[in-house]
Design a protein around this ligand. Sequence first.
Ligand code: UFG
Length: 337
Amino acid sequence: MISKPETLDKPMPLICVVGGAGYIGSHMVMLLRSLQYRVVVIDDLSNGFQSSLADAYLEKGSILDSVFLERFFSEHAVDAIIHFASSIQVGESVKNPQKYYKNNLVGTLNLLEHALAHGVEKIIFSSTAAVFGNPQYVPIDEAHPHEPLSPYGKSKLFVEQILADYELAYGLRSVCLRYFNAAGASACGKLGERHDPETHLIPLLLQQASGRLEKFSVFGDDYSTPDGTCIRDYIHVEDLCTAHLLALKYLDTGNASDLFNLGTGKGHSVTEVIKTVEEVTGNKLNICVSPKRPGDPAILVADGQRAKSILGWQPKYVDLKDIIRHAWSWEQKYPWQ
Ligand code: UFG
């Protein structure tokens, strides 16, 4: 009798998605499950939604809760963690740094402590372009200096540095992915961006297009950019998730920790985004100009070359119209269940 190859009997890895009920996390859970990974989600549902998880397995709890984490890791033999859970509003972090250092820093330290105690060896961490502060040059590569302007950006940079120390001391290997502007919704229409309060450009413009928002305010039109409005690098949420998957494979093949900037390398001004939203939705938007938002750099565009050459990442949605089309389909499904 011919015996089956060993790999056929090997179960798929168990991936713990922390913050898996949130915007990017829920898209990640959907991708992992479509590829037959075993997934367990940790989320306290403070910002996430159970309905975004379909039938994925959720352990409801906070990463600030040591008793919860200890029980969680003793019950689940986790192979790798993808950590999305954090507070994400730059402006709020300036007004309430305590919340950001507690949720993003203390919470992550706590998560790492329990994960390490239970033998977890791999983690993918959601970082941000906010670790760079005002760019000294664009596009921004991984060698660009770090001068975060906000407690949000600092909390993410501290974790990046902690992860580097933990690899040396404990052998915990990590990939930190610095997102530029996450945007869009799943192409299948099942998931999308859902923040409360919503502060991001594209969902707010779409709320205006659908009549949910009376007027949209452009934060400043006298930046030193061609049309005076800020330029950002909008990256489709599904492309971000693909990068996480590749990062997981990168760690699975034994590579050492690394950091990557994730963006398309193409910048769009606020005015260009407004025009594209008008084109996609067929609605003329009600726009006004208000003062600059403190801490907004004029231009943030990624040099995503390293992720392409090392991880083999290739963003699929490089046309802003596709990103907005998917987000518009999602907006039209409001109210979401
Ligand atoms: N904007 C407006 N009006 C609004 C909202 C946004 O004009 O009502 C402008 C902003 O000034 C900015 C652009 O639209 O120029 C994009 O703003 P978002 O709030 O959508 O995104 P940010 O660039 O501020 O933030 C993103 C991520 C953060 C990350 C940051 C890094 O959402 O998590 O990039 O700088 F920290």
